[in-house]
Design a protein around this ligand. Structure first.
Ligand SMILES: Cc1cc2nc3c(=O)[nH]c(=O)nc-3n(C[C@H](O)[C@H](O)[C@H](O)COP(=O)(O)O)c2cc1C
Length: 201
C-alpha cells in the first residue's frame, strides 16, 4: 500500500480543483415551461434524510425558477446523452426551449411536481430545504423525495447494476465515461471469497 515514487509538487492558485465531479442535468419549472440546466457543482450532503446540494449562479435563468417553485430534478448523465448535457450548459432557457432543441423526453415526477428527463438512467426528485448564499453561487439543499431508475439497470436478481449506465463524470473541463472498476467498498480488507465473487463480475 506504499507508493514510493512520490515526486515533487508544484503550487497552483487556490481554486475549486476538486476532480472528478458529477455532471448532471437539473430540470426545473413545470411540464409546460420546463427548463434544463447542466451543473457540476453538485454533491451528496446527507444520508438520512437523503439530501443533495446544487450550486447555481444567481444570473442563471434556472436560479429563480428553482427558488420560486421550491423544487428541482437531478437527472444523471449517461454517455448517450452527454452532448445534450453539454448543450444545456451553454444555452439559456431564456432564449431556447432546451427540451425541444435536444429532443429529450420530459415526464412528470412521481412525488414532486417537476419535469424529468426520460432518457436519463436515474432521476432524483428534490424539494428545496435550504438556500445558502455563498458568493458566486447560491447553494440549494434539496431533500430527496423520490428516485426512479431505468429498468435496464436491474440485473436478473432485481439488484441495481449502475455499472451498466455508462455514467459520465466531469474532470477538469472534460467529460469522461466511467471506466474500469478497480475496487469496491471495503475491498482493501475483504476476504478472498468476497474479492473473488465481487471482482469477477
Ligand atoms: C459542464 C458544465 C457544468 C456547469 N456547472 C454549473 C454549475 O455548477 N453552476 C452553475 O450555475 N452553472 C453551471 N454551468 C453553466 C450553466 O449550465 C449555463 O450557464 C446554462 O446555460 C444556464 O442555463 P439557464 O440560463 O437556462 O439556467 C455549467 C455548464 C457546463 C457545461
Amino acid at each position: 500500500m506504499n507508493n514510493k515514487d512520490i515526486g515533487s509538487r508544484i503550487q497552483i492558485k487556490p481554486s475549486t480543483f476538486l476532480n472528478p465531479v458529477p455532471v448532471v442535468m437539473v430540470t426545473c419549472g413545470d411540464m409546460e415551461h420546463a427548463n434544463i440546466i447542466t451543473l457540476a457543482w453538485v454533491g451528496t450532503v446527507n444520508s438520512e434524510p437523503p439530501m443533495i446540494s446544487i450550486s447555481v449562479r444567481k444570473e442563471r435563468f434556472s436560479h429563480d425558477i428553482i427558488r420560486s417553485s421550491g423544487v428541482f430534478g437531478v437527472n444523471l448523465v449517461s454517455e448517450d446523452i452527454v452532448k445534450q448535457c453539454d448543450y444545456c450548459g451553454v444555452r439559456s432557457g431564456r432564449d431556447t426551449d432546451k427540451f425541444a432543441e435536444t429532443h429529450l423526453t420530459k415526464f412528470k415526477g412521481e412525488k414532486v411536481n417537476v419535469p424529468l428527463i426520460a432518457e436519463s438512467p436515474v432521476c432524483i426528485e428534490c424539494k428545496v430545504a435550504d438556500i445558502s448564499e455563498l458568493g458566486s453561487h447560491d447553494m440549494f439543499i434539496g431533500s430527496v423525495e423520490n428516485v426512479s431508475v431505468s429498468d435496464k439497470l436491474f440485473d436478473q436478481k432485481g439488484a441495481i447494476d449502475l455499472s451498466r449506465a455508462g455514467l459520465v463524470a466531469y474532470n477538469h473541463g472534460e467529460y469522461y465515461v466511467l471506466g474500469d472498476r478497480v475496487g469496491f467498498f471495503g475491498f482493501s480488507v475483504a476476504g478472498r471469497d468476497a474479492l473473488n465473487r465481487r471482482m469477477k463480475k
